[in-house]
Design a binder for this molecule. Structure first.
Ligand SMILES: Cc1cc2nc3c(=O)[nH]c(=O)nc-3n(C[C@H](O)[C@H](O)[C@H](O)COP(=O)(O)OP(=O)(O)OC[C@H]3O[C@@H](n4cnc5c(N)ncnc54)[C@H](O)[C@@H]3O)c2cc1C
Length: 404
């Protein structure tokens, strides 16, 4: 029997899940509330745990055509500018069977959308999922389709509507995500617009007290993505605004905030930040790490990506975990084809929740280390100088294989 699956959300998690379920034989429709699939102008790093999956889906040449393949990851002191340690990313295919890539999020979304549609997935924009109800033998999904409200039945609903998931509230009733007290400022700049000494094809993480900056190439290396993560609260911001990718703030105010956050930073780091024009501000929200399989599955509704396990970006793995979720979902759908849908979804949840919890937890810890002050900062820098790449390589993360 061919099952019908609806997916709420056309982000990276929704599209990847659609692709996997269609490959597993389901008839899939992705419902996206926006009027077009438009990822924001920012970058994303994908470790070999993720590119291994994308390669297995036959996307390696599509990836190669848009991604950059950085040779090294440098950890630098934001204060002195000194390189504390370097991890070779060139060796990733030899160590983990797949490369470490950096790309523009819109390119990743386009690539997944095209692959999903080539596999027969229907992607429908202007379709907002309003509510979900488990009926036992089916799931009932209420949606606003081109502004017309209607209800549709399916065998399963994949909830991939992101960190502010309305459907999660209906299914789990566990409140809104929490403000982390961390802010992300991000900018994209053409490498050709940068002075020659600032152009780079490597990933660099600059660590300073209560702040760090990450930079890496995207769009085949032609652009540089720069993200500055600081600690601070935003006063008087409405919930609606928090959900956007660009909190309204004047360019002058953003630049002043950045300069203040980088007080004491070396001139090389200031030069990078000053070279970027269009900074956008993004307050970071997350949830406590998953503590059981419950938050992944409710009857015939399965939560994936940020809807299930939003995390801080300090391991650069949120989209990666959404893609791992999708791969596991497709795997269980096929491996348990003789079981009913709720059982397949429960098997998926059991296989995924601990991995997602571990990554959420390690991401928070990484943030503390990146932003360390005083003796912890001293110990971190000394450890990086002594152990170098051994501290930066993460076999438990990069060597993971779904379904293993
Ligand atoms: C500063 C920063 C840097 C990051 N860097 C990295 C990185 O380097 N590597 C990495 O792997 N991850 C990174 N991440 C994390 C990554 O961006 C997210 O984990 C990932 O985008 C989550 O994808 P998603 O599909 O679950 O959710 P989203 O991308 O939020 O997609 C949700 C989609 O659902 C739609 N939607 C919402 N509600 C509804 C509804 N009711 N009905 C229909 N559609 C709906 C939305 O319009 C949206 O298109 C970073 C995050 C931040 C904040």
């Amino acid at each position: 029997m061919t099952e019908k699956v609806l997916i709420a959300g056309g982000g990276i998690g929704g599209l990847a899940s659609g692709l996997c379920l269609a490959r597993a034989g389901a008839v899939v429709r992705v419902l996206e509330r926006a009027s077009a699939l438009t990822e924001v102008g920012a970058g994303v790093q994908l470790g070999p745990n993720v590119t291994h999956i994308l390669n297995a889906w036959g996307l390696s040449s599509a990836l190669e055509s848009v991604a950059a393949c950085p040779a090294n990851l440098h950890a630098r002191s934001a204060l002195s500018g000194k390189v504390l340690a370097t991890l070779s990313l060139r060796d990733m295919p030899a160590r983990y069977g797949a490369p470490y890539l950096t790309l523009h999020r819109a390119d990743l979304q386009t690539l997944l959308s095209q692959a999903a549609q080539a596999q027969g997935v229907a992607v429908q924009c202007d379709a907002q999922v309003l509510a979900v109800q488990n009926l036992g033998d089916a799931v009932s999904v209420a949606l606003s389709d081109q502004d017309v409200d209607r209800t549709e039945r399916a065998d399963a609903l994949v909830v991939a509507d992101g960190v502010w998931s309305v459907l999660r509230q209906q299914l789990l009733a566990d409140g809104a995500p929490r403000m982390t007290g961390h802010l992300a400022y991000r900018a994209l700049v053409a490498q050709s617009d940068l002075p020659v000494h600032l152009r780079t094809q490597d990933v660099t993480v600059w660590m300073g007290p209560r702040v760090h900056v990450v930079q890496y190439p995207v769009r085949g290396g032609e652009w540089l993505n720069v993200v500055c993560l600081t600690e601070g609260q935003l006063e008087g911001v409405a919930l609606q605004e928090l959900q956007g990718w660009n909190l309204r703030q004047t360019a002058a105010a953003t630049r002043a905030d950045l300069r203040a956050a980088l007080t004491g930073a070396c001139s090389a780091l200031h030069a990078v930040v000053e070279a970027c024009g269009d900074w956008r501000l993004w307050p970071l929200c997350d949830r406590v790490p998953m503590c059981d399989a419950h938050a992944h599955v409710q009857g015939r509704a399965v939560l994936v990506g940020d809807a299930a396990h939003p995390m801080r970006p300090y391991l650069a793995q949120g989209a990666g975990m959404a893609i791992e979720d999708a791969a596991e979902l497709g795997h269980q759908w096929t491996a348990r084809a003789d079981c009913d849908v709720p059982m397949r979804l429960r098997a998926f949840a059991q296989a995924r929740w601990q991995r997602n919890a571990q990554v959420q937890t390690r991401a928070m810890r990484n943030g503390d280390l990146f932003h360390a002050t005083g003796p912890v900062q001293w110990a971190r820098d000394a450890g990086l100088r002594m152990l170098g790449a051994r501290l930066m390589d993460l076999p438990w993360l990069y060597g993971y294989r779904h379904g293993a």
